[in-house]
Design a protein around this ligand. Structure first.
Ligand code: AFP
Length: 330
């Protein structure tokens, strides 16, 4: 019995996977690997807090508002602290852009990387025990190491990301990331406190059946989107699925095939989602998994950000579904 148990390999742990694949990275000095480990470690702490949230009554609004005017939840604040702390301790990060801070956080002029992060996305789902996520993008700084951070370091296009990923705090906790060599997904094993490779070389189906959009705002959608949704509904093969947690909606569509849309609306002409710490990271992952991400017209990764908290419409998912939705806008 014991022998047969030992014979079964438990799989590749995240640490080993990162180490084994370090050479793939153009600037393989080990710093990016360490940075990914720092993010993984912080996510374990956040995961623990997310899991015990209901038990120790740390849920609910703290009463302050973040830079975008959203009401901050306690867990948002905690997650922001955990990730900032982990990334500042490591020393690899010179600046951190976060949903929770109006300006970027200057961490360490010696660091070579800039991080954009939404520490806890989908915060309105926290109180009702629905999946939430962390989203992150990693860039190389452009100014010389040791000098103060400059705008060119901060306002980089998504196409300049060297890594991106997300953590999904769902029925299992998963970390999914890319360094531009495909996408790999790791599932957290809580009793061992470790992520294990569960979804190697993830590919998004080229077509799908799921459309994810908040139809509560349908009266304010652009005409092209209304036409696309009418097409989906009249066809009969499509399913509507919308959690309202970007990471969870994106992850489901990546595994099953589908499209997630947050359009420009009459109320929010630039859309709701933030380019730098929501859309770019998922666009990079989508493309690396064979999917497509646009603002309905332009490739997300080609958009030059001009401000930290810039918003963009977001169409992401299976190539054929995104292309079909775009056709209605031509
Ligand atoms: P919250 O963090 O305020 O819950 O917003 C979540 C989010 O940024 C993204 O995760 C969702 O997909 C999207 O907004 C939901 O927005 P709507 O409630 O307008 O559909």
């Amino acid at each position: 019995m014991e022998q047969s148990r030992i014979a079964h390999s438990i799989g590749i742990a995240l640490d080993r996977f990162i180490k084994n694949n370090q050479e793939q990275f153009q600037y393989a000095s080990g710093e990016l690997s360490q940075l990914l480990r720092d993010i993984a470690l912080a996510s374990k702490v956040v995961n623990r807090e997310v899991n015990k949230a209901g038990l120790i009554d740390i849920m609910g609004a703290l009463g302050s508002q973040n830079s975008a005017g959203d009401e901050q939840q306690k867990l948002d604040v905690l997650a922001n602290i955990r990730f900032t702390r982990a990334l500042s301790k490591g020393g690899e990060v010179c600046a951190l852009i976060s949903e929770e801070s109006e300006s970027y956080v200057d961490l360490n002029n010696e660091g070579r990387y800039v991080i954009a992060i939404d520490p806890l996305d989908g915060s309105s789902n926290i109180d009702v025990n629905v999946s939430i996520g962390t989203i992150f993008s990693v860039y190389r700084r452009k100014s010389p190491v040791g000098t103060p951070i400059a705008d060119i370091d901060i306002l980089q296009k998504g196409s300049e990301q060297v890594a991106s990923g997300y953590i999904l705090y769902g029925s299992s906790t998963m970390l999914v990331y890319t360094t531009g060599h495909g996408v790999n997904g790791f599932t957290y094993e809580p009793t061992l406190g470790e992520y294990f490779l569960s979804h190697p070389d993830l590919k998004m189906p080229s077509d799908g059946k799921i459309f994810s959009v908040n139809e509560g705002s349908a009266s304010t959608f652009p005409a092209s989107l209304t036409q696309y949704l009418n097409y989906c509904k009249s066809d009969g093969k499509y399913l509507g699925r919308y959690i309202g947690s970007l990471v969870a909606d994106f992850h489901r569509n990546m595994l099953k095939g589908g499209i997630y849309i947050y359009p420009a609306t009459a109320k929010q002409p630039e859309g709701k989602l933030r380019l730098m710490y929501e859309c770019n990271a998922l666009a990079f992952i989508a493309e690396q998994a064979g999917g497509r991400a646009t603002d309905g017209k332009r490739r997300i990764l080609d958009i030059q950000p001009t401000t930290l908290h810039q918003r963009t419409p977001f169409y992401v998912g299976s190539v054929k579904m995104v292309e079909k939705a775009e056709q209605f806008g031509k």
